[in-house]
Design a protein around this ligand. Structure first.
Ligand code: NDP
Length: 509
C-alpha cells in the first residue's frame, strides 16, 4: 500500500545530505512506484535559488548517487516535476507565513490534503528553532483522521545528556512523541533489521543467545576514509559522539534485547530501551581500564601518503578529538551478566566494514586432535556491511584417517537470498516515516539512555587532561592499547591498505 498523499518539506535542502542521500533515495522510491499518488518534495533553505536551479542540482545528485537513476533515467524528469524550492530565512519566525502559503498552494494544486512530513537536514542548532517557528504558524498541528504532521530529526540528537534532554523538551513543547521520528540510518539497513529476524524467527539460536553459551561479543565499525572536508563538524563530535553514542549503541541493543511480545514499534522499542538502561554505568576505573581513545597520524601506505588528522582541513593542530574508540562494556541483566561486549570504531583503519561477532564458549573437553580450545571456536558472524550476510564457524573432521579437526566457515550472503533490489537505509526510513511507522526510529527514552551511559565518559575526557589519546598510524587497526582490551584479540579482517614503513604508535596527549 502506498503512503497517504503528502508534502515532504526538507529544511537544509541546499546541503549535502539532501543532495547525496535524500533526493537520490526519494527518486529510488519513485522508480519503484511506492511513493503516494499525490506527492511533492518542497526544499527549504536560505540560499537563493530558482526552482530550476534546485532541480538541476538534485538531478545531478540523483544521477551520481541514486541506485536506480541509470536504470530508470527516463523517470528523472517526471520525478523532478514533483519538486519545488522555497528560499526563506529559516531562523526568522515571520518568514514561515510564506512557507504556510506555499504549502496551501501546493495542497490546492496537487491535492496533498494538508499532510506534511518535515525533515530537519540542517545543522542541529537549528532543530528547535525550526520547530518553534513551525508552531508559530500552526504547521505542527495534526488532526487525526484528517491530516498528519510529522517531523524527522537527523543525528546528532544532542551533544551530551543535558543538551539531549533539553532538545527533547523543546521538541516536545511543539510535537508529541508520536509525531517525532529521530533517525539513525544504521537501523534502516536491511542487515541490521535482519538481526531481529535471525534471532527471533529461529529456534536454533535463541536458546544459546545468553551468558550460558556466549563467551563474548565483538562489534567493529571500521572506516578507511579520514575526516575529509568534514573537519569542522568532526572536531565538535569525534568518534564517541559520531558513532559510539548512536550507531554502535543501537547495534548493542538489537543484539542484546529480549524478544518483543509483538512485532510492532512500541514493543520493539521497549525492549531496546531496557537494554540501554541496563548498561553498566561507567566510572573512573572502568573508563581508565576499559576504554581506549585514538587519533590517526600520518603514514606512508600503498594508497599513498596519508595525512594525520591534525593536518586535515579545519582541524586544530593540537586537536584532542578522537578518531578511534574501543570499549569493553557490560549489560547488567539476567541474560548478559558478566558477558563482555567489545566495541570499536575508527577512521583510517585498514578495512571498511561493520560486523558483529558472537563468540561461543568452547566444549568442556577437547576430544580431538587439532580441536579448537578456549573461546571463539564457534562464532556467529553478523555482517552488516559490505557483503551483507551471516557466517558461522565451527570444527569439522578433516577428510582422511583419524579424527583431526579443522575449523570451517559456513557463509550466507544476503545478496543470494533473492534477485531483488535491496533498498538503501534512507529509502527504507523515509518510506516508514511516510507510513507513520516509528519502529526503526529512536524513541526519546532510548536517546536519553544512550547519552546517560556516554555522558560520564565525555565529562571524564573534558576534566582529565591526562586521560590518554593514543596516536595510531593511518592504515593500522587503532592504538595497540585497544588490542589489549580483548584477551583473545580482535578478529582479523582483510586489509584494503597496508603501511609501508615501521608503524609508529605515539601518545598525543
Ligand atoms: P550541510 O552543512 O551540507 O547542509 C545543511 C544546510 O542547512 C545548508 O545547506 C544550509 O542551507 C542550512 N544551514 C546551515 N547553517 C544554517 C543556519 N545557521 N541556519 C539555518 N540554516 C542553515 O549539512 P548536511 O547536509 O551534511 O547535514 C545536515 C544534517 O544532517 C546535519 O545535522 C548532519 O549532522 C546530518 N547528517 C548528515 C549526513 C551526511 O551524510 N551529510 C549523515 C548523517 C547526518 P542554507 O544556507 O541555504 O540555509
Amino acid at each position: 500500500m502506498r503512503p497517504t498523499d503528502h508534502v515532504l518539506v526538507i529544511f537544509g535542502a541546499s546541503g549535502d545530505l539532501t543532495y547525496r542521500k535524500l533526493l537520490p533515495a526519494l527518486f529510488d522510491l519513485y522508480s519503484q512506484s511506492v511513493l503516494p499518488e499525490n506527492f511533492i518534495v518542497l526544499g527549504v533553505a536560505r540560499s537563493p535559488m530558482s526552482r530550476n536551479d534546485f532541480c538541476d542540482k538534485m538531478k545531478e545528485g540523483i544521477i551520481n548517487f541514486s541506485n536506480l537513476g541509470k536504470k530508470y533515467d527516463s523517470l528523472i524528469e517526471p520525478f523532478l516535476s514533483r519538486i519545488d524550492y522555497l528560499s526563506i530565512d529559516t531562523s526568522d519566525k515571520s518568514e514561515y507565513v510564506k512557507l504556510k502559503e506555499k504549502l496551501l498552494s501546493i495542497d490546492n494544486l496537487y491535492r496533498t490534503k494538508g499532510n506534511y512530513l518535515f525533515y530537519l537536514a540542517t545543522p542541529p542548532n537549528m532543530y528547535d528553532t525550526i520547530a518553534f517557528n513551525l508552531k508559530a504558524v500552526d504547521l505542527h498541528i495534526e488532526i487525526p483522521n484528517r491530516y498528519f504532521r510529522r517531523i524527522i530529526v537527523e543525528k546528532p540528537f544532542g551533544y551530551d545528556l543535558s543538551s539531549a534532554l533539553e532538545l527533547n523538551n523543546k521538541l516536545h513543547a511543539v510535537f508529541s512523541e508520536q509525531q517525532l521520528y529521530r533517525i539513525d540510518h544504521y537501523l534502516g539497513k536491511e542487515t541490521v533489521q535482519n538481526i531481529l529476524v535471525f534471532r527471533f524467527s529461529n529456534g536454533l539460536f535463541e536458546p544459546i543467545w545468553n551468558r550460558n553459551f556466549i563467551h563474548h561479543i565483538e562489534i567493529t565499525a571500521a572506516e578507511t576514509l579520514g575526516v575529509g572536508n568534514r573537519g569542522r563538524y568532526y572536531e565538535q563530535s569525534g568518534a564517541i559522539r559520531d558513532m559510539l553514542q548512536n550507531h554502535l549503541m543501537h547495534l548493542v541493543a538489537l543484539v542484546a534485547m529480549e524478544p518483543p511480545v509483538l512485532f510492532e514499534a512500541h514493543a520493539l522499542q521497549n525492549e531496546m530501551v531496557k537494554v540501554l538502561q541496563a548498561l553498566r554505568p561507567l566510572d573512573k576505573d572502568s573508563i581508565e581500564s576499559n576504554i581506549v581513545r585514538g587519533q590517526y597520524t600520518g603514514a606512508r601506505t600503498n594508497r599513498g601518503n596519508l595525512l594525520a588528522y591534525r593536518e586535515e582541513k579545519d582541524v586544530a593542530p593540537d586537536s584532542n578529538t578522537e578518531t578511534f574508540v574501543a570499549m569493553k562494556l557490560f549489560i547488567d541483566n539476567w541474560r548478559w551478566a558478566d558477558v563482555p561486549f567489545y566495541i570499536r570504531t575508527g577512521k583510517r583503519l585498514p578495512s571498511q566494514l561493520t560486523e558483529i561477532i558472537i563468540h561461543l564458549k568452547a566444549t568442556p573437553q577437547a576430544l580431538f586432535k587439532g580441536q579448537c580450545t578456549g573461546p571463539s571456536c564457534n562464532k556467529i558472524i553478523l555482517r552488516i556491511q559490505p557483503e551483507e550476510g551471516i557466517g558461522m564457524q565451527f570444527g569439522l573432521k578433516s577428510p582422511g584417517t583419524g579424527y583431526n579437526v579443522r575449523q570451517v566457515q559456513m557463509d550466507f550472503k544476503y545478496s543470494e537470498l533473492a534477485n531483488t533490489y535491496i533498498p538503501s537505509a534512507y529509502e527504507r526510513l523515509l518510506l516508514d516515516a511516510m507510513h507513520g511507522d516509528p519502529a526503526l526510529f529512536i524513541r526519546s527514552d532510548a536517546v536519553e539512555a544512550t547519552w546517560k551511559f556516554i555522558d560520564p565518559l565525555l565529562q571524564y575526557i573534558q576534566t582529565n587532561k591526562d586521560f590518554k589519546l593514543f596516536g595510531y598510524p593511518s592504515c593500522t587497526w587503532g592504538p595497540e592499547e585497544a588490542n589489549q582490551l580483548i584477551p583473545e584479540g580482535w578478529s582479523e579482517y582483510p586489509a584494503y591498505c597496508s603501511i609501508e614503513e615501521e608503524p609508529k604508535f605515539t601518545i598525543l596527549s
